[in-house]
Design a protein around this ligand. Structure first.
Ligand code: KIV
Ligand code: ZN
Length: 505
């Protein structure tokens, strides 16, 4: 079995995608989950991009110990110094240097000749290697570069001290066969390539990122760059969960394995979706709500007779909560803790108290509390910890042909605030009341969605709002309740809290 390294770039390439930005504490929480997931490398950010990016790479470097922590850098001293400064306290630091090598990028973006690019790679990779023992070099747009020139670029990188060569399909243009051939070509033509890791970084513009990555593994790549839920620039990057489960399910074919603890996959996917507010499409492979659902009678009959008739994976292996053992209002803290442990959640006593309080409130409204409900409560505990404004009560009057009014009462520190507003609907009225009482009338509701966490009439509704400030920043808020108006108001308040927290930094 070949051991394939998983390089996770959720916090760099993923975070670059629209709607996926995260604040510092969210990035740290996600990085800790990636460590539990068992990724080999966390690309924590692009340190030079902003002081906040630098700060978060540094914080992630301090927060995890098992994975390598990488920061991206262009081929300049300033970028490399910033990257090194941000990762140097990590137990296993890496500097990831990149430069474009395709003719179109060199001519129009870099305005550099081939010779200048070769020289820059030699100089800057050597400079990075003088600071750090673990250097990755990426030839941006490698798949559209002249293969012979690309091979020279990689040779220079190896000679200057690179320990990993990354081959990106930056614009998601290549086909699986072309990626396979490119890796074979490089293995044959790059001197010294046997002594370094070969990495691939495929974008999903034509929906082939995972297939391309898998073909590269067959051709000899030893590292795959990917993101949770496949988030990333434009159509995203190769999805981590799809690559990991394809290798596991078809180990007979790929003869390769990863260090991923697959039972942490579902949790990682949910956490990311909960943090960013970007929902997981129901038909998404591995982690979508329908990924293990059998709707047709023929399929259901087959699965009941023998699960393998229609199931190639076991949902428990991916960590999907099994809704078999349910809890209710008579369940105590021990039962809840046991259930959480069986689902892989280890909470501190303080966290446990908060989750238990929310569990009891939910149990008053919902008879059977399933694994999915409990998971939602745990994911939402972050909201409780962040809260600086807390919803105390609300009264909403709505109907057809009558004005929609909402009265909201909130606590902010020791102060009780209240307001009432009229709106085009119950949520509009509630959001207006909140904006008015906090003096935030220029906040815009960018998007809103509501999903049921489980089935049934007493299902928990999870609301996700995106708030936009006049200076173009956006903040995602999530809220949970069996009452959809309450979950929406909670989501709005959560978004406002995040916005205020960011303003205080
Ligand atoms: O897509 C790409 O080429 C990249 C590089 C910086 C690795 O993200
Ligand atoms: Zn990329």
């Amino acid at each position: 079995m070949k051991r394939i390294k998983i390089f996770d770039t959720t916090l760099r390439d993923g975070e670059q995608s629209p709607g996926c930005s995260m604040n510092l504490s969210e990035k740290i929480e996600m990085a800790r989950q990636l460590e539990k997931l068992g990724v080999d490398v966390i690309e924590a950010g692009f340190a030079i991009a902003s002081p906040m990016d630098h700060k978060s790479v540094k914080a992630i470097a301090a927060a995890v110990s098992e994975p390598v922590v990488a920061s991206l850098a262009r081929c300049t001293k300033g970028d490399i110094d910033a990257a090194w400064d941000a990762v140097k306290e990590a137990k296993k630091p890496r500097i990831h240097v990149f430069l474009a090598t395709s003719d179109i990028h060199m001519e129009y973006k870099l305005q550099m000749t081939r010779e200048q690019v070769l020289q820059s790679i030699s100089e800057m990779v050597a400079y990075a290697a003088s600071l750090c023992g673990d250097i990755e070099f990426s030839a941006e747009d490698a798949s559209r570069s002249d293969p012979a020139f690309l091979a020279r670029c990689y040779e220079n990188a190896i000679a200057a001290g690179a320990t990993t060569l990354n081959v990106p399909d930056t614009v998601g243009y290549s086909t699986p066969q072309e990626m396979y051939d490119l890796i074979c070509y490089l293995k044959e033509h790059v001197k010294g390539i046997d002594g370094v890791d070969i990495s691939v970084h495929c974008h999903n513009d034509l929906g082939m990122a995972v297939a391309n990555s898998l073909e590269c593994i067959r051709a000899g790549a030893t590292q795959v760059e990917c993101t949770v839920n496949g988030i990333g620039e434009r159509a995203g990057n190769a999805s981590l969960e799809e690559v990991a489960m394809a290798l596991r399910t078809r180990r007979d074919f790929y003869q390769a394995e990863t260090g991923i603890n697959t039972r942490q996959i579902y949790r990682s996917s949910k956490l990311l979706s909960n943090i960013t507010g970007v929902p997981i499409p129901p038909s998404k492979a591995i982690v979508g709500a329908n990924a293990f659902a059998h709707e047709s009678g023929i399929h259901q009959h087959g699965v009941l007779a023998n699960a393998q008739t229609y199931e190639i994976m076991n949902s428990a292996d991916v960590g999907v909560p099994q809704n078999t053992m349910v809890l209710g209002k008579h369940s105590g803290k021990h039962a809840l803790r046991d259930k959480l442990l069986s689902m892989g959640y280890e909470l501190t006593d303080e966290e446990m108290e908060k989750v238990f309080a929310r569990f009891k409130t939910l149990a008053d409204k919902k008879k059977n509390i399933t694994g999915s409900d409990i998971e939602a409560l745990v994911l939402h505990r972050r909201n409780a910890f962040l809260a600086s404004c807390e919803l105390m009560s609300h009264v909403v009057n709505t109907g057809h042909g009558v004005p929609n009014t909402s009265y909201i009462q909130m606590r902010r520190g020791d102060t009780i605030l209240e307001d009432v507003a009229i709106g085009s609907g119950p949520l509009d009225a509630s959001f207006k009341a909140i904006n008015h009482m906090l003096g935030l009338e220029n906040i815009r509701l960018g998007s809103y969605s509501l999903n049921a966490v489980t089935d049934g009439e007493d299902a928990i509704g999870e609301a996700v709002v995106k708030l936009e400030t006049p200076d173009g920043e956006s903040y995602t808020g999530t809220g949970l309740s069996t009452d959809i108006i309450e979950s929406s108001i909670r989501a709005y308040v959560n978004g406002i809290n995040k916005m205020m927290e960011a303003a205080n930094h």
